[in-house]
Design a protein around this ligand. Sequence first.
Ligand SMILES: C[S@@+](CC[C@H](N)C(=O)[O-])C[C@H]1O[C@@H](n2cnc3c(N)ncnc32)[C@H](O)[C@@H]1O
Length: 247
Amino acid sequence: MSWPIEPGNAVCGGVALVFCAVLCAMARPQVADQHHPPHSSEEYAKVLNAPSREAWQRPDEVVRALGFKPGESVADIGAGTGYFTRRFAPYVAKAYAVDIDDKLLKTAAEGAPPNLEAILATPDDPKLPEASVDVIFFCNVLHHIENRPAYYQKLARALKPGGRIVNIDFFKKPLPVGPPVSMKLSEGEVVAEFKAAGFSLVKTHSFLPYQYFQVFSRADRSGRFPASFRVAISAPHSRHLVDLKYD
Ligand SMILES: C[S@@+](CC[C@H](N)C(=O)[O-])C[C@H]1O[C@@H](n2cnc3c(N)ncnc32)[C@H](O)[C@@H]1O
């Protein structure tokens, strides 16, 4: 099964077609009773770890942009082969690779640093301990998850007070690569969904060519907003310091 290439998209030819196939496979959706996409886990792993991915995924820049603080913990949900989790591990106290595909998870854990822990999730539950993580990270995953409102409540329970949720996913517009537009979630759709779940968009990054990069945060259990949010409210002239967007 392959996705149709956007009509009139002359960029997808020759080598670019291979590139398209890789990206399209990465974005295959899952249905409720499907444990992994149409390809085998082995094929999927090759796609996720393809060296050509680095040019557009810019993983090292993504890690830098996340700005982990010493002692923090992160959950990479839909971690796949641990493409990101393994890069996170050196910067955090604990890195959880969470996925519903046990074979991919095995790849993620093989030879990984001791602070990387694999969690076999179910499609509707990341199986994270309560208040266990400072950062929840998704890359090319959110559009795979069904019944996201219920899922977001589980994320909220797993986050420590002041924690953040990061989402990277394909722009919902015709691109030389990626899934059909109809299958993607727009930035606005994701913001609206998280807002309904009690989260605000606090930061965006725009250095990825095919994906948006969003950071969400919420009021903690005491009803207080994270420190950066309070700074922006109390010192409106300093907003450039924290790059906040909120409503
Ligand atoms: C396109 S891959 C992205 C993998 C990884 N995030 C990366 O950037 O390399 C999507 C991953 O999401 C996983 N996945 C799909 N639905 C999921 C769910 N409901 N919960 C957890 N993982 C899920 C798949 O098994 C697959 O490993």
